[in-house]
Ligand binder design. Structure first.
Ligand code: ATP
Ligand code: MG
Length: 174
């Protein structure tokens, strides 16, 4: 199964982002918009693994920092050949970066093969976007804040053709 560790986002965050996505659509932006239920923040992408059990066992033992505040940051995009990825930024707070780095280090030490690319915290809003980037710059994303109290092991799967991220295990922060 296809696994990753990340953060679930509060309903009011997902609602605010869904509203902004609808506004982008109304302004003519075309792409594969993330379903509101699927809006999330990835910490570490694991990829295909036979079972979630070893990852869950590692998370159960992992020393984590205490709960900390999470805030949105300005939107941005990754340029891709088939159309860009548009995302909402997340503040690179020391607590978030420590949590992510500690998790990545523990997974590597346990032998999970992870990609080497540097971590860019972002919430994917839409993929395969071919619309002009000034439409993104002009979007009025509200500043959002929450407290992170747990991290979540997800499986990414297609159920009847619909992409879903299923929470499998929650690790509470210390
Ligand atoms: P799809 O691949 O079907 O278009 P998706 O990218 O949302 O949809 P997954 O590829 O299963 O679904 O990815 C799950 C999560 O992990 C997403 O947040 C995705 O951005 C992230 N992710 C996927 N591949 C990588 C990777 N190679 N490195 C870092 N993060 C990744
Ligand atoms: Mg993908």
């Amino acid at each position: 199964m296809r696994l990753f560790v990340g953060l679930q986002l509060p309903a009011r965050w997902r609602e605010a982002m869904a509203g902004e996505l609808a506004a982008l659509g109304a302004r003519g932006v075309r792409g594969r918009f993330t379903r509101p239920d699927n809006l999330h923040l990835t910490l570490v992408f694991l990829g295909e693994l036979p079972s979630p059990q070893p990852v869950q066992a590692l998370l159960e033992e992992l020393a984590c920092p205490p709960p900390f505040p999470l805030r949105t940051a300005p939107p941005g995009r990754f340029r891709r050949k088939g159309g860009d990825v548009w995302w909402l930024g997340v503040e690179r707070s020391p607590q978030l970066l420590e949590l992510q780095a500690g998790l990545e280090r523990a997974l590597r030490q346990a032998g999970f093969p992870l990609e080497a690319r540097p971590y860019t915290p972002h919430i994917t809003l839409a993929r395969q976007v071919k619309s002009p980037p000034d439409l993104l710059d002009g979007a009025a994303f509200p500043a959002l804040e929450t407290t992170v109290r747990r991290i979540t092991l997800f499986s990414s799967q297609r159920v009847e053709g619909v992409l879903r991220y299923l929470p499998l295990y929650h690790k509470p922060l210390a």
